[in-house]
Design a protein around this ligand. Structure first.
Ligand code: HEC
Ligand code: HEC
Length: 333
């Protein structure tokens, strides 16, 4: 389908959702199944030894060329899993080309990276390690450095007796740790499951607006996003208006070379949104009010009033819960 037609169909869908969802949404035992958002569930069957090892690797700067930058340097777990910068700063203060998404709940994304170029968390790990503006290293160097540390040999041998310290085992452990970072039990999820008092009246109204405005046509599912690609600028040319178009703005086109994928991005999860400013792949929206105004204009083609924006922000604030408790107990060293 040509891009214009896709956009047309998409706008029709959003308008239809906007028209039909509106008032009269009821929260109840049966209606729950019709909700576009489902509660988050912890991923079961994780290997605790791998999670502990992965956490240690995630925090280990030796994954970078000059031993200065760990994964956690940019994905700070105490700051929503991000660095709170428009674009990340990597090794030697080099500026990246795109905003860092959170690692919380990333395990639930259907693909990794804004443009979906990694299918799995395991595959994703190699990206930052090799990226010259991030960790600027390579697997042989990382494996050599970690192999020189006796305290790593035992845990690797225990889990992988025949493989030990290798690119794949390092990536597996980090991915297993990331699978433990699911932010369960948020106020919103408790409300979804029937606890009427778990969120405020304002948040409930914000959720109703989130659906009636059509936000949930793109941000939906347990992760409130992360399960489909959409164009940035469905209802207006965001990039022409913003100016200074970069390679990163091309989105999925950079991977497929397909004209129809220009400006196509993975819809980001909004689960941690209150904690992860600034927003968008270009880090251009400084706060949620700013992001919502841009979404309204370029994804929906209408305006969301200041009062409605406040209510939607009150709703978004209920999505994360206490994310600090999501990380497992510190590894014993
Ligand atoms: C210099 C900062 C930096 C470092 C170091 C870094 N990341 Fe990232 N991370 C980013 C940026 C920026 C992106 C987005 C890149 C893109 O989409 O093209 C990203 C994307 C991701 C994603 C995808 C999330 C999503 O929603 O698509 C995961 C998972 C992730 N990083 C995990 C890691 C792990 C694991 C490490 C360590 C091996 C790491 N990162 C090191 C900045 C960093
Ligand atoms: C047509 C699909 C679509 C609709 C409708 C939509 N969004 Fe988005 N949303 C996206 C995409 C795609 C992005 C990523 C854009 C980018 O980074 O350039 C995004 C990004 C965001 C972000 C920034 C997240 C982050 O971590 O950077 C927020 C917040 C957001 N949307 C909220 C909303 C709200 C609130 C609404 C309704 C008023 C809405 N969106 C409607 C597709 C949509």
């Amino acid at each position: 389908m040509p891009k214009a037609a896709v956009k047309l169909v998409l706008s029709a869908l959003i308008l239809a959702a906007w028209a039909t969802l509106g008032a009269g949404e009821r929260h109840g035992a049966i209606a729950q199944y019709a909700e576009p958002i489902a509660p988050l569930r912890a991923i079961e069957g994780l290997d605790p030894r791998m999670v502990r090892l992965g956490e240690r690797l995630f925090n280990d700067p030796r994954l970078s060329r000059d031993d200065t930058i760990s994964c956690a340097f940019c994905h700070r777990l105490a700051s929503g899993g991000v660095d709170l910068l428009p674009r990340s700063l990597g090794i030697a203060g080099r500026e990246g080309v795109i905003n860092a998404p959170t690692v919380f709940n990333a395990a639930l994304n259907f693909v990794q990276f804004w443009d979906g170029r990694a299918d799995t968390l395991e595959e994703q790990v190699a990206g930052p390690i090799h990226n010259p503006v991030e960790m600027d290293s390579d697997w042989p160097s990382v494996v050599a450095k970690l192999s020189g540390d006796p305290s790593y040999r035992e845990p690797f041998r225990e889990i992988w007796p025949n493989r030990g310290i290798a690119a794949e085992t390092i990536a597996s452990a980090i991915a297993e740790f990331e699978r433990s970072l699911i932010t369960v039990d948020s106020p919103f999820d408790r409300w979804l499951q029937g606890d009427e008092d778990a969120i405020s009246a304002e948040a409930k109204e914000g959720y109703r607006l989130f659906k009636s405005h059509g936000c949930a046509t793109c941000h939906q599912g347990a992760n409130v996003g992360g399960n489909l690609y959409q164009y940035m600028g469905v209802m207006g040319d965001y990039f022409a208006d913003r100016g200074d178009i970069t390679q990163a703005d091309m989105g999925r086109y950079n991977i497929t070379g397909d004209e129809e994928d220009r400006h196509l991005f993975k819809v980001p999860s909004l689960r941690m949104a209150p904690h992860t400013s600034p927003y968008f792949h270009d880090g251009s929206a400084k706060d949620l009010a700013d992001a919502i105004a841009t979404m309204a204009r370029y994804q929906l083609g209408h305006t969301v009033s200041a009062a409605e924006t406040e209510l939607i922000i009150a709703f978004l604030a209920t999505l994360a819960g206490d994310h600090h408790s999501a990380a497992p107990a510190p590894a014993s060293r």
